[in-house]
Design a protein around this ligand. Structure first.
Ligand code: PMP
Length: 452
Protein backbone atom coordinates (compact mmCIF):
# COMPACT_ATOMS: atom_id res chain seq x y z
CA UNK A 1 0.00 0.00 0.00
CA UNK A 2 1.31 3.47 -0.89
CA UNK A 3 1.00 6.49 1.39
CA UNK A 4 -1.40 8.07 -1.10
CA UNK A 5 -3.82 5.28 -0.15
CA UNK A 6 -3.82 6.38 3.45
CA UNK A 7 -6.92 8.45 4.01
CA UNK A 8 -5.81 12.07 4.37
CA UNK A 9 -9.06 12.77 6.19
CA UNK A 10 -8.26 10.16 8.80
CA UNK A 11 -4.68 11.41 9.01
CA UNK A 12 -5.98 14.95 9.60
CA UNK A 13 -8.43 13.95 12.34
CA UNK A 14 -5.89 11.72 14.09
CA UNK A 15 -3.36 14.55 13.92
CA UNK A 16 -5.83 17.00 15.52
CA UNK A 17 -6.46 14.58 18.36
CA UNK A 18 -2.71 14.14 18.88
CA UNK A 19 -2.20 17.91 18.87
CA UNK A 20 -4.76 18.26 21.64
CA UNK A 21 -3.09 15.47 23.59
CA UNK A 22 0.26 17.21 23.09
CA UNK A 23 -1.11 20.51 24.42
CA UNK A 24 -2.64 18.74 27.46
CA UNK A 25 0.66 17.02 28.26
CA UNK A 26 2.83 20.13 27.95
CA UNK A 27 1.34 23.18 29.76
CA UNK A 28 4.71 24.46 31.02
CA UNK A 29 6.34 24.13 27.62
CA UNK A 30 3.32 25.99 26.18
CA UNK A 31 3.82 28.86 28.63
CA UNK A 32 7.56 29.09 27.90
CA UNK A 33 6.89 28.93 24.16
CA UNK A 34 4.41 31.81 24.46
CA UNK A 35 6.98 33.92 26.34
CA UNK A 36 9.78 32.97 23.92
CA UNK A 37 7.83 34.42 21.00
CA UNK A 38 8.70 37.87 22.38
CA UNK A 39 12.52 37.87 22.44
CA UNK A 40 13.28 35.00 20.05
CA UNK A 41 12.62 34.89 16.33
CA UNK A 42 9.84 32.32 15.83
CA UNK A 43 10.08 31.65 19.58
CA UNK A 44 13.21 29.51 19.33
CA UNK A 45 16.97 30.12 19.67
CA UNK A 46 17.66 28.37 16.34
CA UNK A 47 15.30 27.96 13.37
CA UNK A 48 15.40 24.16 13.12
CA UNK A 49 13.72 23.94 16.53
CA UNK A 50 10.46 25.00 14.90
CA UNK A 51 10.44 21.72 12.97
CA UNK A 52 9.31 19.51 15.85
CA UNK A 53 5.73 18.25 15.67
CA UNK A 54 3.13 19.75 18.01
CA UNK A 55 2.04 23.36 18.17
CA UNK A 56 5.18 24.49 20.02
CA UNK A 57 8.53 22.98 20.99
CA UNK A 58 8.96 20.87 24.08
CA UNK A 59 11.29 22.67 26.50
CA UNK A 60 13.91 20.36 27.94
CA UNK A 61 14.65 20.13 31.61
CA UNK A 62 17.41 17.50 31.54
CA UNK A 63 18.84 14.69 29.47
CA UNK A 64 20.98 11.76 30.63
CA UNK A 65 22.03 8.63 28.79
CA UNK A 66 19.22 7.87 26.36
CA UNK A 67 16.51 9.65 28.36
CA UNK A 68 15.20 13.17 28.18
CA UNK A 69 12.85 14.92 30.61
CA UNK A 70 10.85 18.01 29.71
CA UNK A 71 9.79 20.90 31.94
CA UNK A 72 6.38 19.26 32.44
CA UNK A 73 8.05 16.15 33.87
CA UNK A 74 7.35 13.96 30.82
CA UNK A 75 10.10 11.43 30.20
CA UNK A 76 11.14 10.29 26.74
CA UNK A 77 13.24 7.56 25.20
CA UNK A 78 15.47 9.77 23.10
CA UNK A 79 16.01 8.28 19.64
CA UNK A 80 16.96 11.71 18.25
CA UNK A 81 20.04 12.18 20.43
CA UNK A 82 20.41 15.80 19.35
CA UNK A 83 20.31 14.69 15.68
CA UNK A 84 23.64 12.86 16.28
CA UNK A 85 25.22 15.55 18.50
CA UNK A 86 24.58 13.24 21.46
CA UNK A 87 25.09 9.91 19.67
CA UNK A 88 27.21 8.84 22.64
CA UNK A 89 24.27 9.35 25.03
CA UNK A 90 23.70 12.53 27.09
CA UNK A 91 25.55 13.84 30.13
CA UNK A 92 28.15 11.13 30.37
CA UNK A 93 29.81 11.40 33.80
CA UNK A 94 33.37 11.10 32.47
CA UNK A 95 32.79 13.86 29.90
CA UNK A 96 31.06 16.05 32.48
CA UNK A 97 34.03 15.61 34.84
CA UNK A 98 36.56 16.46 32.12
CA UNK A 99 34.60 19.58 31.15
CA UNK A 100 34.31 20.70 34.79
CA UNK A 101 38.01 20.13 35.37
CA UNK A 102 38.94 22.06 32.28
CA UNK A 103 36.59 24.91 33.22
CA UNK A 104 38.66 25.46 36.34
CA UNK A 105 41.89 25.58 34.35
CA UNK A 106 40.95 27.99 31.56
CA UNK A 107 38.74 27.28 28.56
CA UNK A 108 40.26 29.13 25.67
CA UNK A 109 43.73 30.59 25.22
CA UNK A 110 44.59 30.55 21.48
CA UNK A 111 47.34 28.05 22.39
CA UNK A 112 47.32 24.26 22.13
CA UNK A 113 46.68 22.18 25.24
CA UNK A 114 48.35 18.76 25.74
CA UNK A 115 45.02 17.07 24.93
CA UNK A 116 45.49 18.25 21.33
CA UNK A 117 48.23 15.69 20.77
CA UNK A 118 46.15 12.80 22.11
CA UNK A 119 43.18 13.89 20.01
CA UNK A 120 45.26 14.08 16.80
CA UNK A 121 46.71 10.63 17.44
CA UNK A 122 43.32 9.12 18.22
CA UNK A 123 41.66 10.57 15.12
CA UNK A 124 44.53 9.25 12.99
CA UNK A 125 44.17 5.81 14.58
CA UNK A 126 40.41 5.67 14.04
CA UNK A 127 40.10 7.06 10.53
CA UNK A 128 43.46 6.09 9.00
CA UNK A 129 44.36 9.62 7.83
CA UNK A 130 47.61 10.85 9.41
CA UNK A 131 47.16 14.62 9.83
CA UNK A 132 44.36 16.58 11.53
CA UNK A 133 42.92 20.00 12.29
CA UNK A 134 40.06 21.05 14.52
CA UNK A 135 37.02 23.14 13.63
CA UNK A 136 34.04 24.43 15.60
CA UNK A 137 31.37 22.55 13.69
CA UNK A 138 31.10 20.13 10.78
CA UNK A 139 29.84 23.04 8.68
CA UNK A 140 33.02 24.94 9.45
CA UNK A 141 35.21 21.92 8.74
CA UNK A 142 33.51 21.43 5.37
CA UNK A 143 34.02 25.08 4.47
CA UNK A 144 37.72 24.86 5.31
CA UNK A 145 38.18 21.66 3.34
CA UNK A 146 36.55 23.20 0.25
CA UNK A 147 38.89 26.16 0.53
CA UNK A 148 41.95 23.94 0.80
CA UNK A 149 40.80 21.86 -2.15
CA UNK A 150 40.42 24.93 -4.36
CA UNK A 151 43.76 26.22 -3.17
CA UNK A 152 45.52 22.96 -3.95
CA UNK A 153 43.96 22.28 -7.34
CA UNK A 154 43.41 25.82 -8.61
CA UNK A 155 39.96 24.70 -9.80
CA UNK A 156 36.86 26.81 -9.17
CA UNK A 157 34.07 24.31 -8.50
CA UNK A 158 33.19 21.76 -5.89
CA UNK A 159 31.03 18.69 -6.51
CA UNK A 160 28.35 17.24 -4.24
CA UNK A 161 25.63 14.61 -4.44
CA UNK A 162 22.10 15.60 -5.39
CA UNK A 163 20.04 16.16 -2.17
CA UNK A 164 23.12 16.00 0.04
CA UNK A 165 23.44 17.92 3.27
CA UNK A 166 26.78 19.07 4.64
CA UNK A 167 25.68 21.83 7.01
CA UNK A 168 25.06 25.47 6.19
CA UNK A 169 27.79 25.55 3.57
CA UNK A 170 26.46 27.90 0.89
CA UNK A 171 27.84 26.10 -2.16
CA UNK A 172 26.46 22.74 -1.05
CA UNK A 173 22.83 23.93 -0.84
CA UNK A 174 22.33 22.97 -4.46
CA UNK A 175 20.28 20.33 -6.29
CA UNK A 176 19.78 19.18 -9.85
CA UNK A 177 16.82 20.42 -11.85
CA UNK A 178 17.12 18.34 -15.01
CA UNK A 179 20.70 19.06 -16.07
CA UNK A 180 20.86 22.43 -14.30
CA UNK A 181 22.22 23.13 -10.84
CA UNK A 182 19.81 25.27 -8.82
CA UNK A 183 19.52 26.45 -5.22
CA UNK A 184 18.03 23.79 -3.00
CA UNK A 185 14.34 24.42 -2.35
CA UNK A 186 14.09 26.33 0.92
CA UNK A 187 17.66 27.72 0.79
CA UNK A 188 17.23 31.21 2.18
CA UNK A 189 18.63 34.14 0.20
CA UNK A 190 21.12 32.04 -1.78
CA UNK A 191 24.58 33.43 -0.91
CA UNK A 192 26.44 32.20 -3.96
CA UNK A 193 25.37 31.41 -7.52
CA UNK A 194 25.41 27.63 -7.12
CA UNK A 195 25.26 27.08 -10.89
CA UNK A 196 28.74 28.62 -10.99
CA UNK A 197 30.24 27.23 -7.79
CA UNK A 198 28.87 23.72 -7.67
CA UNK A 199 28.59 20.57 -9.74
CA UNK A 200 25.83 18.21 -8.61
CA UNK A 201 25.66 14.51 -9.46
CA UNK A 202 23.16 11.80 -8.50
CA UNK A 203 24.28 9.30 -5.85
CA UNK A 204 24.99 5.77 -7.13
CA UNK A 205 25.60 7.00 -10.71
CA UNK A 206 29.24 6.51 -11.70
CA UNK A 207 28.73 7.46 -15.34
CA UNK A 208 27.24 10.82 -14.40
CA UNK A 209 30.15 11.42 -12.02
CA UNK A 210 32.71 10.48 -14.64
CA UNK A 211 31.10 12.74 -17.26
CA UNK A 212 30.91 15.71 -14.91
CA UNK A 213 34.43 15.42 -13.49
CA UNK A 214 35.88 15.00 -17.00
CA UNK A 215 35.10 18.70 -17.60
CA UNK A 216 38.16 19.39 -15.43
CA UNK A 217 36.85 22.30 -13.33
CA UNK A 218 36.12 20.44 -10.06
CA UNK A 219 38.50 20.74 -7.10
CA UNK A 220 36.91 18.15 -4.84
CA UNK A 221 33.96 15.85 -4.42
CA UNK A 222 32.39 16.25 -0.97
CA UNK A 223 30.13 13.34 -0.10
CA UNK A 224 28.72 11.15 2.62
CA UNK A 225 29.67 7.49 1.92
CA UNK A 226 25.96 6.78 2.40
CA UNK A 227 23.42 9.59 2.16
CA UNK A 228 21.89 10.12 5.60
CA UNK A 229 20.16 13.45 5.25
CA UNK A 230 17.41 12.51 2.83
CA UNK A 231 16.78 9.24 4.59
CA UNK A 232 19.49 6.62 4.48
CA UNK A 233 20.50 5.82 0.90
CA UNK A 234 23.14 3.10 0.87
CA UNK A 235 25.83 2.87 -1.83
CA UNK A 236 25.42 0.16 -4.46
CA UNK A 237 28.02 -2.59 -4.35
CA UNK A 238 31.22 -1.27 -5.95
CA UNK A 239 29.99 2.33 -6.15
CA UNK A 240 32.41 3.81 -3.62
CA UNK A 241 35.38 2.00 -5.18
CA UNK A 242 34.24 3.45 -8.49
CA UNK A 243 34.02 6.95 -6.98
CA UNK A 244 37.61 6.65 -5.80
CA UNK A 245 38.83 5.49 -9.20
CA UNK A 246 36.95 8.24 -11.09
CA UNK A 247 38.03 11.04 -8.75
CA UNK A 248 41.69 9.93 -8.89
CA UNK A 249 41.61 9.68 -12.66
CA UNK A 250 40.33 13.27 -12.94
CA UNK A 251 42.64 14.73 -10.27
CA UNK A 252 39.67 15.52 -7.99
CA UNK A 253 40.20 15.36 -4.22
CA UNK A 254 37.75 13.06 -2.46
CA UNK A 255 36.32 14.29 0.85
CA UNK A 256 34.27 11.91 3.00
CA UNK A 257 31.92 13.73 5.37
CA UNK A 258 31.55 11.22 8.22
CA UNK A 259 29.56 13.49 10.50
CA UNK A 260 26.54 11.16 10.38
CA UNK A 261 28.10 8.00 8.94
CA UNK A 262 30.19 7.77 12.09
CA UNK A 263 27.23 5.58 13.09
CA UNK A 264 28.86 2.82 10.96
CA UNK A 265 31.64 2.26 13.50
CA UNK A 266 34.52 3.84 15.45
CA UNK A 267 36.20 5.09 12.26
CA UNK A 268 32.97 5.76 10.36
CA UNK A 269 32.20 4.20 6.99
CA UNK A 270 35.75 5.04 5.89
CA UNK A 271 37.27 2.54 8.30
CA UNK A 272 34.33 0.10 8.18
CA UNK A 273 34.43 -0.15 4.38
CA UNK A 274 38.15 0.42 3.79
CA UNK A 275 37.70 3.71 1.89
CA UNK A 276 40.60 5.96 0.89
CA UNK A 277 39.52 9.61 0.90
CA UNK A 278 42.04 12.43 0.54
CA UNK A 279 40.26 14.37 3.28
CA UNK A 280 37.69 13.44 5.92
CA UNK A 281 35.34 15.55 8.01
CA UNK A 282 33.75 14.51 11.28
CA UNK A 283 31.73 16.61 13.71
CA UNK A 284 28.71 16.57 16.00
CA UNK A 285 29.23 13.84 18.67
CA UNK A 286 33.03 13.83 18.95
CA UNK A 287 32.98 16.37 21.80
CA UNK A 288 30.22 14.57 23.72
CA UNK A 289 27.97 17.60 23.08
CA UNK A 290 30.62 20.33 23.29
CA UNK A 291 30.81 22.01 19.86
CA UNK A 292 33.75 20.56 17.99
CA UNK A 293 34.63 19.03 14.63
CA UNK A 294 37.78 17.80 12.95
CA UNK A 295 39.13 17.21 9.49
CA UNK A 296 41.86 14.82 8.51
CA UNK A 297 44.03 14.62 5.43
CA UNK A 298 46.33 12.24 3.64
CA UNK A 299 50.11 12.61 3.96
CA UNK A 300 50.19 13.99 0.43
CA UNK A 301 47.59 16.67 1.10
CA UNK A 302 49.26 17.58 4.40
CA UNK A 303 52.58 17.88 2.66
CA UNK A 304 51.21 20.14 -0.02
CA UNK A 305 49.45 22.31 2.58
CA UNK A 306 52.24 22.71 5.07
CA UNK A 307 53.80 25.60 3.13
CA UNK A 308 50.79 27.96 3.11
CA UNK A 309 49.67 26.72 6.54
CA UNK A 310 52.81 28.18 8.02
CA UNK A 311 52.36 31.50 6.25
CA UNK A 312 51.99 34.68 8.29
CA UNK A 313 48.65 35.50 6.73
CA UNK A 314 46.90 32.32 7.92
CA UNK A 315 44.78 34.40 10.35
CA UNK A 316 43.01 36.03 7.42
CA UNK A 317 43.25 33.06 5.04
CA UNK A 318 39.64 32.05 5.71
CA UNK A 319 40.45 29.04 7.88
CA UNK A 320 40.30 29.36 11.64
CA UNK A 321 37.88 30.61 14.31
CA UNK A 322 38.97 32.23 17.58
CA UNK A 323 37.33 29.62 19.82
CA UNK A 324 38.29 26.69 17.59
CA UNK A 325 40.56 23.98 18.99
CA UNK A 326 40.02 25.39 22.48
CA UNK A 327 41.20 23.61 25.60
CA UNK A 328 37.54 22.97 26.43
CA UNK A 329 36.81 21.29 23.09
CA UNK A 330 39.95 19.18 23.21
CA UNK A 331 39.29 18.02 26.78
CA UNK A 332 35.76 17.08 25.75
CA UNK A 333 36.90 15.21 22.63
CA UNK A 334 39.53 13.33 24.59
CA UNK A 335 37.06 12.30 27.29
CA UNK A 336 34.53 11.29 24.63
CA UNK A 337 36.72 9.37 22.21
CA UNK A 338 38.59 7.57 24.98
CA UNK A 339 35.34 6.18 26.41
CA UNK A 340 32.68 6.25 23.68
CA UNK A 341 31.99 5.30 20.06
CA UNK A 342 34.42 2.38 20.43
CA UNK A 343 34.01 -1.16 19.09
CA UNK A 344 32.52 -2.25 22.40
CA UNK A 345 29.98 0.59 22.31
CA UNK A 346 28.87 -0.24 18.78
CA UNK A 347 28.65 -3.89 19.85
CA UNK A 348 25.77 -2.82 22.11
CA UNK A 349 24.18 -0.11 19.94
CA UNK A 350 24.13 -1.93 16.59
CA UNK A 351 22.09 -4.95 17.77
CA UNK A 352 19.59 -2.48 19.25
CA UNK A 353 19.36 -0.78 15.85
CA UNK A 354 18.83 -4.23 14.29
CA UNK A 355 16.03 -4.84 16.76
CA UNK A 356 14.54 -1.47 15.79
CA UNK A 357 14.61 -2.31 12.08
CA UNK A 358 13.18 -5.77 12.52
CA UNK A 359 10.41 -4.39 14.75
CA UNK A 360 9.45 -1.73 12.22
CA UNK A 361 9.80 -4.16 9.29
CA UNK A 362 7.46 -6.55 11.12
CA UNK A 363 4.75 -3.88 11.42
CA UNK A 364 5.21 -2.88 7.77
CA UNK A 365 4.89 -6.51 6.66
CA UNK A 366 1.88 -7.16 8.88
CA UNK A 367 -0.04 -4.40 7.13
CA UNK A 368 1.26 -5.25 3.65
CA UNK A 369 2.67 -1.73 3.25
CA UNK A 370 5.12 -0.95 0.47
CA UNK A 371 7.36 0.81 3.00
CA UNK A 372 10.92 0.16 3.93
CA UNK A 373 13.30 0.48 6.86
CA UNK A 374 17.00 1.06 6.29
CA UNK A 375 19.91 0.78 8.71
CA UNK A 376 23.52 1.93 8.81
CA UNK A 377 25.31 0.81 11.97
CA UNK A 378 23.42 2.26 14.93
CA UNK A 379 21.24 4.55 12.75
CA UNK A 380 17.91 3.40 11.33
CA UNK A 381 15.30 5.15 9.26
CA UNK A 382 11.98 4.24 7.71
CA UNK A 383 10.60 5.21 4.37
CA UNK A 384 7.13 5.31 2.88
CA UNK A 385 8.44 3.67 -0.30
CA UNK A 386 10.84 0.91 -1.43
CA UNK A 387 14.55 1.70 -0.84
CA UNK A 388 15.55 4.75 -2.93
CA UNK A 389 18.88 4.58 -4.82
CA UNK A 390 19.51 8.30 -5.04
CA UNK A 391 18.64 11.55 -3.33
CA UNK A 392 16.02 12.70 -5.85
CA UNK A 393 14.04 9.45 -5.47
CA UNK A 394 14.35 9.79 -1.72
CA UNK A 395 13.20 13.42 -1.78
CA UNK A 396 10.21 12.53 -3.97
CA UNK A 397 9.05 10.05 -1.34
CA UNK A 398 9.01 12.51 1.57
CA UNK A 399 5.52 12.83 3.04
CA UNK A 400 5.64 15.60 5.61
CA UNK A 401 2.06 15.15 6.82
CA UNK A 402 2.48 11.47 7.49
CA UNK A 403 5.93 11.97 8.98
CA UNK A 404 4.74 14.77 11.26
CA UNK A 405 1.83 12.65 12.46
CA UNK A 406 4.04 9.64 13.25
CA UNK A 407 6.52 11.83 15.12
CA UNK A 408 3.78 13.46 17.17
CA UNK A 409 2.12 10.13 17.94
CA UNK A 410 5.46 8.75 19.17
CA UNK A 411 6.31 11.90 21.11
CA UNK A 412 2.95 11.73 22.90
CA UNK A 413 3.87 8.17 23.89
CA UNK A 414 7.30 9.03 25.23
CA UNK A 415 9.50 8.40 22.18
CA UNK A 416 11.46 11.16 20.44
CA UNK A 417 12.33 10.74 16.78
CA UNK A 418 14.57 13.16 14.89
CA UNK A 419 12.61 15.99 13.28
CA UNK A 420 12.79 16.20 9.49
CA UNK A 421 13.75 12.53 9.35
CA UNK A 422 12.10 9.25 10.34
CA UNK A 423 15.41 8.55 11.97
CA UNK A 424 16.36 6.73 15.13
CA UNK A 425 19.80 6.56 16.64
CA UNK A 426 20.60 3.84 19.11
CA UNK A 427 23.28 4.21 21.77
CA UNK A 428 24.70 1.86 24.39
CA UNK A 429 22.38 3.59 26.87
CA UNK A 430 19.21 2.37 25.20
CA UNK A 431 17.61 -0.91 26.14
CA UNK A 432 15.60 -3.50 24.25
CA UNK A 433 12.54 -2.23 26.12
CA UNK A 434 13.21 1.27 24.71
CA UNK A 435 13.29 -0.13 21.19
CA UNK A 436 10.11 -2.12 21.80
CA UNK A 437 8.41 1.00 23.12
CA UNK A 438 8.99 2.63 19.75
CA UNK A 439 7.86 -0.47 17.87
CA UNK A 440 4.67 -0.53 19.93
CA UNK A 441 4.01 3.17 19.28
CA UNK A 442 4.69 2.76 15.57
CA UNK A 443 2.38 -0.25 15.41
CA UNK A 444 -0.34 1.70 17.21
CA UNK A 445 -0.04 4.64 14.82
CA UNK A 446 -0.24 2.46 11.72
CA UNK A 447 -3.20 0.50 13.11
CA UNK A 448 -5.00 3.80 13.84
CA UNK A 449 -4.27 5.09 10.34
CA UNK A 450 -5.46 1.93 8.61
CA UNK A 451 -8.39 1.03 10.87
CA UNK A 452 -11.42 0.07 8.76
N1 PMP B 1 27.71 17.12 7.52
C1 PMP B 1 26.68 16.28 7.62
C2 PMP B 1 26.74 14.97 6.88
C3 PMP B 1 25.58 16.60 8.41
O1 PMP B 1 24.56 15.75 8.49
C4 PMP B 1 25.55 17.84 9.09
C5 PMP B 1 24.37 18.28 9.92
N2 PMP B 1 23.25 17.54 9.87
C6 PMP B 1 26.66 18.67 8.95
C7 PMP B 1 27.71 18.30 8.17
C8 PMP B 1 26.71 19.99 9.65
O2 PMP B 1 26.84 19.83 11.01
P1 PMP B 1 26.71 21.12 11.94
O3 PMP B 1 25.30 21.60 11.75
O4 PMP B 1 26.98 20.61 13.29
O5 PMP B 1 27.71 22.10 11.46
Amino acid sequence: MFPSMISRERLGSLRSAEEQRFADLHPRSAALAARARGPLLAGVPMPWMTRWPGGFPVFVDAAAGARLTDVDGNEYVDLCLGDTGAMTGHALPQVTAAIAQRAQAGLTTMLPSPDAVWVGEELARRFGLPTWQLAMSATDANRFVLRFARHLTGRPRIAVMDWCYHGTVDETLAVLDGDSVVARPGALGPQVPVAETTAVVPFNDLDALDRRLAVGDVACLLMEPALTNIGIVLPDRGYLEGVREVTRRHGVLLVNDETHTLCAGPGGATAAWGLEPDLLVVGKPIGGGVPCAAYGMSAEVADRLSGPMLGHEIDVAGVGGTLTGSALALAAVRATLSTCLREEDFAVAVPLAERFTSGVAGVIAEHGLDWHVQRLGCRAEYWFCPPPRDGAAAAAAVDEDLEGFLHLWCLNRGVLLTPFHNMALLSPHHTEADVDRHTGAFAGAIAALLAP
